[in-house]
Design a protein. Structure first.
Lengths: 385, 291
């Protein structure tokens, strides 16, 4: 399905990442957002609050992030495409409702414009230190999808992708930005609506008496009912059967939680997005994502000028993690260099996937600024030796 | 034979219950089921399109109501029924959104959401089962537990002040506030029906026995004894000043409709504001729903 033209600001713009993210959400069909102000993410909802009444929709500023992260789920069950936006401290408060969205298979998007933590940390400065929190922060076993834009253009593009994945797989999808990507201003090209693919909600075509709200299709994802149309669905965060009724037995738990994981795990190849460049014949491959990939690019070029064969692997989806691709690379290179704005998060996944086939060198710091290209260059040169 | 025929006649409330989930989990003598009966009668009498009635609950014994009513029903997280309901209502305003939850859920962990929804005057119908205790988790003290009561976490008795719910909710901005007990089944049904006719944040407190964890531990008898107690000490005072209706362990229970006033609801205010500011640029929608 193509984007609803009402939400698409076709043209070439000069936008920061936060604003581009908002335009992506509008283009994807988001007509509801519930937010709570927090730097460096607030500009997304400020723009949404200004724009959405002119395209037909609602923004509400809630009393806290606990409320913001569930009001949007109410809106989704009411029939809207919806998202919320936050940063570290707010993201921490949203964890319980990530679990709710997973368990109730509520298609929705969370944007986290990452800043330095723990706690209040560095409100106005960047980090990429919520990467494990997004994967593991809510209790219980689950899988998520998380995308990492590295430019305002990608903030636009990948927010649309996030909405599309959410509808396709009926799960929460995360746009993991950071303060620099959120606040940097660059050219953003917004295509005409007929060039924007939008995944429609999977509404059931069955009548109420034949419909089971949590009976999955072949792709392990159930179709959704429309609220207020006599389906009388029951939606609960409790372990439930295909009718949606609570059924707290180990057998139902196992069946349900495995399916919730499998609907993502079994589609990894369809979901995974990455950018790979000059991997063939590389001695060293630099793995990075988000803003860090922009800085790593400079270091990669400097190293190539010095005659080192350096490949670049950029995670566009951090979750599910492109395990297979990293394993293949690890089998061929001398070493991997992982660059991220934290003290070691995605590097653990790289190490796990590399499984000792190549050494993994980590280049990170606790946040507050982007890397110095020289630090990355030095790591590349050392491992290439 | 005539007896048998009578038995097979369907109780009119069954149409509104998920009979395939009966027996329910509630204890004998519990007041929650009684209130659901009143709720179902209100649905029958309100003569509204019940397909548009959605129920949102939090977590607790009362939170399980969402699982027994045959409506679109959402059993959310502890304390967050109101913000979920807010999103549901704003995205799909044709829905009559009812929040059905417990005293702890709505006034402790969810207290902030409740006062803000009342302040905004979001068009929600809130039914609070006040059993004066955290029942689901085994009888701990809650924000409505009166003084001199033994609970599992105040084994030597409660001593700090409790909330007077009608007073709090009125102050926060609700347009309709009433209190009944599980004894007042007809009045409760009528009140719920009135709430359906009301636009804006409406609230009914239902004082309800939890014989298992409150009454027995405090030597106040069983469910039946509690009904007798409610009958004895309740005084109907419609229009009573909410500041005067605080509950104590064994004193008068003032019941009735305390507040019934008009105030534009959140959506109307939002609509008027946007129309005023944006003029022709404002795109009005029936709902924020996607295709
Ligand atoms: C975040 C969270 N904290 C704690 C709990 C445990 N819990 C479940 S129900 C409940 C209290 C319910 O009390 P109330 O709202 O009065 O409902 P009742 O059981 O009395 O009807 C608590 C504390 C939970 N489910 N979630
Ligand atoms: S524990 Fe109390 S509130 Fe819960 S079902 Fe039993 S009587 Fe009712
Ligand atoms: Mg209670």
């Amino acid at each position: 399905m193509h984007a609803d033209p009402a939400g698409v600001m076709t043209g070439t713009h000069f936008l920061d990442g936060d604003h581009a993210c908002c335009e992506g959400a509008l283009a994807a069909g988001a007509r509801f957002s519930s937010g709570y102000p927090i730097t460096p993410s607030t500009e997304v909802v400020e723009r949404f609050a200004a724009r959405v009444p002119t395209v037909g929709g609602t923004f509400i500023q809630m009393e806290d992030e606990l409320a913001a992260s569930i009001a949007l789920q109410g809106a989704v069950w009411g029939g809207a495409k919806a998202f919320t936006v936050t940063s570290g401290p707010g993201f921490s408060l949203m964890m319980e409702h990530i679990g709710l969205a997973v368990m109730t298979e509520t298609p929705c998007v969370f944007v986290d414009v990452q800043r330095g933590g723990p706690s209040t940390g560095l409100p106005t400065l960047p980090a990429q230190a919520d990467m494990m929190q997004v994967r593991w922060g809510s209790h219980g076993d689950y899988e998520v999808i998380a995308v990492c834009p590295n430019s305002p253009q990608e903030c636009f593009d990948l927010t649309i992708t996030a909405f599309n994945y959410a509808e396709q797989y009926r799960c929460p999808v995360f746009v993991m930005m950071d303060e620099v990507v959120g606040h940097m201003t660059e050219k953003v090209v917004i295509p005409p609506p007929e060039q924007i693919e939008v995944t429609p909600r999977r509404y059931t075509t069955l009548p109420p008496d034949e419909f089971l709200a949590f009976k999955p299709g072949d792709d392990l994802v159930p179709d959704m009912p429309r609220t207020g149309e006599g389906y009388n669905v029951h939606v609960t965060g409790l372990t439930h059967d295909e009718r949606g009724y609570p059924d707290m037995t180990p057998a139902t738990q196992d069946k349900l939680v495995r399916r919730l994981q499998d609907k993502i795990k079994k589609n990894v190849d369809k979901i995974t997005l990455y950018e790979a460049e000059q991997i063939e014949g590389a001695e060293v491959v630099v793995v990075s994502y988000g803003i860090t990939s922009r800085v790593a690019q400079r270091a990669i070029e400097l190293a190539r000028n010095k005659g080192v064969k350096v490949g670049k692997f950029r995670l566009i989806t951090a979750w599910p993690f492109p395990e297979k691709q990293i394993a293949e690379i690890a089998a061929k290179v001398k070493a991997l260099v992982v660059v991220e704005l934290n003290l070691g998060q995605m590097v653990r996944e790289v190490e796990r996937a590399a499984a000792g086939k190549a050494p993994v060198r980590f280049v990170g710091h606790a946040g507050g600024s982007v890397h110095r290209p020289e630090d990355i260059l030095q790591a590349i040169m050392e491992v290439a030796r | 034979m005539s007896e048998l025929t009578e038995l097979t006649v369907q109780n009119p409330v069954e149409e509104f219950l998920r009979m395939d989930r009966i027996p329910h989990i509630w204890c004998p003598g519990c007041g929650i089921g009684t209130s659901v009966n009143s709720f179902a009668h209100a649905l029958i009498d309100a003569k509204i399109d019940t397909r548009n009635v959605a129920i949102v609950s939090g977590i607790g014994c009362t939170g399980r109501v969402a699982g027994y009513v045959k409506q679109d029903s959402f059993h959310t997280t502890h304390g967050r029924a109101i913000p979920f309901a807010t999103g549901l209502k704003l995205a799909n305003p044709k829905l009559n959104v009812v929040v059905y939850s417990g005293d702890g859920d709505l006034f402790a962990i969810g207290g902030n959401h409740l006062i803000h929804a009342a302040r905004r005057n979001v068009d929600l119908k809130v039914i609070c089962i006040n059993n004066l205790i955290y029942a689901m988790t085994g009888g701990q003290t809650g924000p409505t537990t009166p003084n001199d009561v033994i609970t599992s976490t105040n084994p030597y008795g409660t001593f700090d002040a409790s909330f007077n719910l009608p007073y709090l909710v009125e102050a926060a901005g609700a347009v309709y506030v009433a209190r009944w007990t599980a004894f007042h089944v007809r009045q409760l049904a009528r009140s719920i029906q009135e709430m359906f006719a009301k636009k804006g944040f409406s609230f009914i407190e239902v004082l309800s026995p939890c014989p298992t964890l409150y009454q027995r531990r405090n030597k106040m008898g069983d469910g039946l004894d509690t009904m007798k107690f409610y009958k004895e000490v309740s005084k109907i005072r419609n229009g009573a000043a909410t500041k005067d209706v605080a509950l104590t362990k064994s004193g008068e229970i003032t019941v009735g409709k305390f507040v019934d006033r008009e105030r534009s609801d959140y959506r109307d205010l939002l609509h008027d504001r946007l129309l005023d500011s944006l003029g022709d640029d404002y795109v009005e929608t029936e709902a924020c729903t996607c295709q």
